[in-house]
Design a protein around this ligand. Structure first.
Ligand code: IMP
Ligand code: MG
Length: 185
C-alpha cells in the first residue's frame, strides 16, 4: 500500500500573519541575546527549514547556518521514539554559540537527544528555539529557550514546514491534520 496520507487539511491554528508577527518577535529577542556575538544556527531538517529561513532574516547579529537531519517518525503520526541522525552538521562547533532551531517539540526526545549530541562537540553554549511546543507533558522536558506558540491539541499539525508523510510542508499556514479512516494501520 502506498503511504501517502489520505487525510485533509483541517482547521487553521496560525495564519500567515500570526506566524510572521511571532517569528519577527522571536528574531528580535534572539538578536538581543546575541548582540555583538557570532551565532551558529543549526536548523533541524526537514521540518524547520521554512521557520529557520524566516527567523534568521529577523536576527541582526552575525550568523552562520548549518543543517542537521533527523528522523524519529515513520510515515505515520506516531513516534518511534528512536532518533536517527540522517545528516550531520558540516563544521566544527567547538567554542561557538549554537542555537538549535526545531519545528515542534512533542515528547521532547528529539531535542534532548540533539542537545546531548551537540554538547559532546564542546560549543561555547547551546540554546534552543522551536516554532511550536505541544503542551501535552513532555516525557523528558527538553531545555527550550525560545518557542513561537504553545499548542494544546493532540492532533497532528501540518504546514509551514511541518508534514505528514512528507506532505503539506508547503502550506503557508499551520493547520490541524484531519486523518482519514484509511490512514489507520
Ligand atoms: P519529539 O521527539 O517527540 O519531541 O518529536 C519532535 C519531532 O516530531 C518534530 O521535529 C517533528 O518532526 C515531529 N512531530 C511531532 N509532532 C508533529 C506534528 O504535529 N506535526 C508534524 N510533525 C510533528
Ligand atoms: Mg522534525
Amino acid at each position: 500500500m502506498d503511504d501517502s496520507p489520505n487525510g485533509v487539511v483541517g482547521k487553521t491554528l496560525f495564519d500567515e500573519a500570526a506566524i510572521a508577527e511571532r517569528v519577527a518577535e522571536l528574531g528580535t529577542e534572539i538578536s538581543k541575546e546575541y548582540q555583538d556575538q557570532e551565532l551558529l544556527v543549526i536548523a533541524v531538517l526537514r521540518g524547520s527549514f521554512i521557520f529557520a529561513a524566516d527567523l534568521i532574516r529577523h536576527i541582526t547579529c552575525e550568523l552562520e547556518i548549518d543543517f542537521l537531519a533527523v528522523s524519529s517518525y515513520g510515515s505515520d503520526t506516531t513516534s518511534t521514539g528512536v532518533v536517527k541522525i540522517l545528516k550531520d552538521i558540516n563544521q566544527e562547533i567547538q567554542g561557538k554559540e549554537v542555537l538549535i532551531v526545531e519545528d515542534i517539540i512533542d515528547s521532547g526526545t528529539t531535542l534532548n537527544h540533539l542537545v546531548d549530541y551537540l554538547a559532546l562537540k564542546q560549543p561555547a553554549s547551546i540554546k534552543t528555539c522551536s516554532l511550536l511546543l505541544r503542551q501535552a507533558g513532555q516525557v523528558n522536558e527538553p531545555p527550550l529557550d525560545y518557542y513561537g506558540f504553545k499548542i494544546t491539541t493532540e492532533d497532528f499539525v501540518i504546514g509551514y514546514g511541518l508534514d505528514v508523510a512528507q506532505k503539506f510542508r508547503n502550506l503557508p499556514y499551520i493547520a490541524i491534520y484531519e486523518p482519514d479512516a484509511s490512514d489507520e494501520q
